[in-house]
Design a protein around this ligand. Structure first.
Ligand code: NOJ
Length: 575
């Protein structure tokens, strides 16, 4: 009987009695020595959506000076980098992911001098600034596109993807992925919004222009890149209709263009021209890369340092296609399996641990049953975030346990994908009320409501009119209140972050999941030499028998200890 079978077959056993020291050898699922790790592996990353972080001008929109102002707060979370979502000039159709100039700052967010000051001030606190590269598409107001669409013979005619005929591909935000351009008399392809035409990576001039833009930000002192939607840059060799998957008669472009053959040739060139020889990290957004292909994508043998894959956050959607009203129920064991598979697949490289970002609803609403205490749930997820193997990514507000917002009407939502998903639900026959249920559950605006700094007007986010309403719980949930409460979610994050930053086992140790079929608890261990830590989280709203005993509790989201797990309880044990 192997060790795992022994654990499974036992209800309450002493862990110390069977946990044997792990022998470390090279290769396979093995721990890495801390001294061989890079700076970005030893600390967490804090993600900022500048538009919603802090407004210093009264415009209602957050800005770079707001980030500078809060650097001490960010440093208090023990992070080594800040990932800023796009701050480049943009018509803001997709809140900055539609870039009209890759090497400048949108005046809404400030100036280049502000960016330079941010880099310098962050550096003083040991924090690097990570820039978001949006290279699959630009804005339709980008000079490149304006030239490209002007005629079939202009010098940039081939910088975007133009065709005389369209296919039945549905863009990720809904509706056809093709838009007819009168000026040019042809259709252009847009994987996302109509205002986000896809760049043509087949053209070496396009690739070089993008590499130049990336190098521009490195020369400005950027410490790394988050790379947007990278799986879509290579299109299939043949453009043909896909299988219709909805009442709108279209076929999801994701299933057709994600991670097409040949994409790695471009990515290797990208690495060569931009990343090689720089002390930076790269994390690419990659929905659809299979675990078996990871070694070609990440780590020494791959292109990027880390990949944001979607298996655990999209567990409720089939084949990664986010049609919200088709969300399915999933079991805890499936979610754990997704995380474990990613942990195992990156055992020889690195993994970006995340539960939230600007595209996801708030994690306490997503991953815990509706009746759970949300602040306990926030701490439970934090416990997992800081104890899985990889770099933890904290998204603004997550460290306060922010919850989903709920606006009354679809007209109150700003996010373009929310409107696309709502329209698709209506086209599929759902009533407004039914469609709104999914909007409340999945809208990206859930994560984009302004940061809640204090109990004053607009939660201290702006002196003007906030571009998106502040969550109505701001008087009870904000930084000022949580700073003062030693038991707050914020202070729990700080403790966990300090624990991870100083723990060789948490940084480097090997991951192993226990009881994978258990539908109530997530239990895993991290092992380095003879040191072992165990995370145990109760995902239910009831008490659950403790399956393992014998460890010493080092931290948990309940202050005392029982010999069973209380609702939403999370504990880290040392053995
Ligand atoms: C992924 C980004 O995270 C998201 O916010 C954006 O809408 C799409 N890519 C398109 O750039």
């Amino acid at each position: 009987m192997n060790r795992r079978e022994f654990i499974k077959g036992t209800l309450a056993i002493s862990a110390a009695s069977f946990f044997s020291p792990t022998i470390l050898i090279d290769g396979g699922n093995r721990a890495m020595a801390k001294e061989n790790l890079s700076w970005w592996q030893k600390k967490s990353v804090y993600q900022i959506y500048p538009k919603s972080f802090l407004d210093t001008t009264g415009s209602g929109t957050g800005d770079l000076r707001g980030v500078i102002k809060k650097l001490d707060y960010i440093a208090s979370l023990g992070v080594g980098a800040i990932w800023l979502t796009p701050f480049f000039p943009s018509p803001m159709v997709d809140n900055g992911y539609d870039i009209s100039n890759y090497t400048d700052i949108d005046p809404r967010f400030g100036t280049m001098a502000d960016f330079e000051e941010l880099v310098a001030q962050a550096d003083k606190r040991g924090i690097k600034i990570v820039v978001d590269l949006v290279f699959n598409h630009s804005s339709d107001k980008n000079q490149w596109f304006l030239e490209s669409k002007s005629s079939k013979t202009n010098p940039k005619a081939d910088w975007y993807i133009w065709r005389d005929e369209k296919t039945n591909w549905r863009s990720i935000f809904g509706g056809s992925a093709w838009e007819f351009c009168e000026e040019r008399g042809q259709y252009y392809l847009h994987t996302f919004a109509t205002a986000q035409p896809d760049l043509n990576w087949e053209n070496p001039e396009v690739r070089q222009a993008l590499y130049d833009a990336a190098n521009f930000w490195l020369d400005k002192g950027a410490g790394g890149f988050r790379i947007d939607a990278i799986v879509y840059i290579k299109k299939p060799s043949e453009f043909k209709d896909g299988i219709v998957d909805s009442e709108d008669g279209l076929s999801s472009i994701h299933n057709i263009t994600a991670a097409c053959d040949g994409i790695l040739d471009y990515l290797r060139e990208f690495k060569e021209k931009v990343f090689v020889g720089r002390d930076i990290f790269t994390v690419a957004e990659a929905n659809g890369v299979k675990p078996e292909n990871l070694s070609e994508w990440v780590g020494k043998t791959g292109v990027f340092d880390m990949l944001f894959e979607f298996s655990h956050v999209n567990i409720m959607f089939n084949r990664g296609v986010e049609i919200w009203h088709r969300a399915r129920l999933y079991k805890l064991s499936e979610w754990k399996k997704a995380l474990s598979e990613s942990q195992i697949a990156t055992a020889n490289s690195w993994y970006p641990i995340y539960f939230e970002n600007h595209d996801r609803p708030r994690s306490v609403n997503t991953f815990f049953p509706s009746g759970s205490d949300k602040k306990l749930a926030a701490k439970a997820l934090a416990t997992i975030l800081f104890t899985l193997r990889g770099t933890p990514f904290i998204y603004q507000g997550e460290e306060l346990g922010f919850e989903n917002a709920k606006f009354n009407s679809i007209d109150d939502y700003d996010d373009i994908s929310t409107r696309g998903n709502y329209d698709l639900a209506r086209a599929d026959g759902l009533s407004d009320k039914q469609a709104m249920k999914f909007v409340h559950r999945f809208s990206r605006d859930n994560a984009r409501t302004p940061m809640q700094w204090d109990s004053s007007k607009n939660a201290g986010f702006t002196s003007g009119k906030a571009w998106l309403p502040v969550h109505d719980d701001f008087k009870a949930c904000n930084v000022e209140i949580q700073e003062k409460n030693p038991d707050s979610v914020l202070n729990f994050y700080r403790k966990l972050s300090a624990l991870r930053n100083s723990s060789e086992v948490l940084i480097s140790g090997e991951y192993e999941e226990l009881y994978p079929e258990n539908e109530e608890l997530y239990i895993f261990t991290r092992t380095l030499g003879d040191k072992k830590l165990m995370t145990i989280v109760n995902f239910t709203t009831h008490e659950v028998k403790m399956p393992i005993t014998g460890g010493k509790k080092i931290i948990g989201n309940y202050s005392d200890e029982k010999n069973y797990l209380r609702p939403t309880e999370a504990i880290i044990y040392e053995f």
